[in-house]
Design a protein around this ligand. Structure first.
Ligand SMILES: *[C@@H]1O[C@H](CO)[C@@H](O)[C@H](O)[C@H]1NC(C)=O
Ligand SMILES: *[C@@H]1O[C@H](CO)[C@@H](O)[C@H](O)[C@H]1NC(C)=O
Ligand SMILES: *[C@@H]1O[C@H](CO)[C@@H](O)[C@H](O)[C@H]1NC(C)=O
Ligand SMILES: *[C@@H]1O[C@H](CO)[C@@H](O)[C@H](O)[C@H]1NC(C)=O
Ligand SMILES: *[C@@H]1O[C@H](CO)[C@@H](O)[C@H](O)[C@H]1NC(C)=O
Ligand SMILES: *[C@@H]1O[C@H](CO)[C@@H](O)[C@H](O)[C@H]1NC(C)=O
Length: 346
């Protein structure tokens, strides 16, 4: 009972994992637990009412029907100061999600994280451990297909991203999107300077001067840009919505050409909306592509202390990605899983 109470009730949501650990282990913790049980025993009818625990929260019953939990409800629940941080995750990527979440928690931004689950197993698993932080926008994907990078299934998985982001903008939120093969080393919000509509990072590995321009980079010899669709921050303004709409249009128009990668479509959308949009290219030293961070030790040494979010891209394969994080001391779930609001996953 006590165990269940701590792990599946919204109470565990507000205590840090560390606090939870201590409170279960130490003598004071036991006293607290007993006291809590007494209080809960006395006020049992109140506990069932969400008003007791979450006066401002939106759950309509103690154990909501997650299948019917909508994006609007979920966003309202997690948003802080009008901002939500979203990622999209299928079941095989839960370890990466948890790794990313530890790093987000270290910067104290985990409370506004909303996981858009791509399958029901992910939805239920996350909401069981961390109620209200996962939502599924139907239809659910077959998680086996979603696992294969580059497959039609994986394309389906990523092509829905701009639709979710557009929806959140239309609901009036600032939205940060992250791929979960990232790790935060500092708080990225302090880098979102000014009041631009869209912020993003360059995926090119060519080293730029520290004072590089924050405009959309010029296309290369092939006429294309390599902006990453992996980390985007958007304000709920006309230009940002237009960019998302254009991205959706580009994906539909070119779905055969793109073959499982939504990034070129994002770049064409940027190309076509650049003059209608107040955009901001984030600094390379703070948001380096994996093709630079994991491959050039000299550069990493030169820019030491400036890195904010590291992206584990420019590598193929799930196990290789995991190994590379391990090799660089960024696979945090081995030793620090208690820092994640999801705790240990197994
Ligand atoms: C809950 O709402 C009340 C009034 O609507 C507000 O004063 C209070 O700060 C809110 N509490 C939290 C934790 O958001
Ligand atoms: C879930 O939502 C659907 C459609 O909105 C509704 O028909 C169904 O009764 C709901 N189920 C529950 C258990 O609330
Ligand atoms: C991709 O999505 C479309 C439309 O939602 C669906 O009909 C199709 O079965 C999906 N394909 C795969 C491989 O998941
Ligand atoms: C960056 O700094 C160099 C010299 O320090 C200067 O020549 C260059 O114009 C600067 N570039 C920008 C975009 O400000
Ligand atoms: C858009 O792409 C075309 C073709 O590559 C290029 O000539 C043009 O400069 C690009 N526009 C912007 C704003 O990047
Ligand atoms: C690695 O970084 C250093 C320092 O910025 C740079 O001089 C060098 O050209 C880079 N090497 C490669 C292969 O890009």
């Amino acid at each position: 009972m006590a165990h269940q109470l701590f792990y599946s009730s919204p109470l565990s949501y507000s205590s840090t994992s560390k606090g939870r650990h201590i409170s279960l282990m130490s003598r004071n913790g036991l006293l607290l637990l007993v006291a809590l049980l007494v209080i809960l025993g006395v006020f049992l009818p109140w506990v069932r009412s969400p008003l007791f625990l979450f006066p401002n929260r939106t759950f309509s019953s103690f154990s909501p029907n997650w299948r019917n939990y909508s994006l609007a409800q979920a966003a309202k629940f997690v948003a802080k100061d009008g901002t939500v941080i979203v990622c999209t995750v299928s079941y095989p990527f839960l370890p990466f999600l948890n790794n990313w979440l530890i790093s987000v928690s270290r910067q104290k931004h985990q409370d506004k994280v909303l996981v858009i689950a791509e399958d029901y197993a992910t939805l239920y698993k996350i909401n069981k451990k961390w109620p209200g932080h996962a939502v599924l926008v139907p239809p659910a994907l077959n998680s086996q297909t979603a696992h294969k990078f580059g497959s039609k299934g994986f394309f389906n998985f990523t092509s829905r991203r701009p639709q979710h982001l557009l929806r959140l903008l239309e609901l009036g939120y600032n939205v940060m999107y992250n791929d979960v093969d990232m790790v935060w080393l500092q708080d990225p919000f302090q880098y979102l300077q000014g009041s631009h509509e869209a912020y993003f990072t360059d995926d090119r590995t060519r080293i730029k001067p520290l004072n590089h321009s924050h405009c959309l980079p010029p296309p290369d010899r092939n006429g294309v840009t390599y902006i990453c669709s992996c980390m985007i921050f958007l304000r709920p303004k006309t230009g940002a919505k237009l960019l998302m709409k254009k991205w959706i249009d580009e994906l539909h128009a070119g779905s055969k050409v793109y073959e499982g990668n939504d990034q070129p479509a994002f770049n064409w959308a940027l190309n076509k909306t650049a003059h209608q949009l107040d955009l901001y290219l984030l600094p390379q030293a703070a948001f380096p592509t994996g093709g630079l961070y994991f491959k050039n030790k000299t550069w990493v040494e030169e820019t030491k202390g400036k890195h904010v979010i590291v992206h584990n891209n420019y590598i193929i394969g799930y196990n290789n990605k995991m190994k590379r994080f391990r090799d660089f001391g960024l696979w945090l779930i081995d030793d620090h899983s208690l820092e994640s609001p999801l705790g240990k996953l197994e």
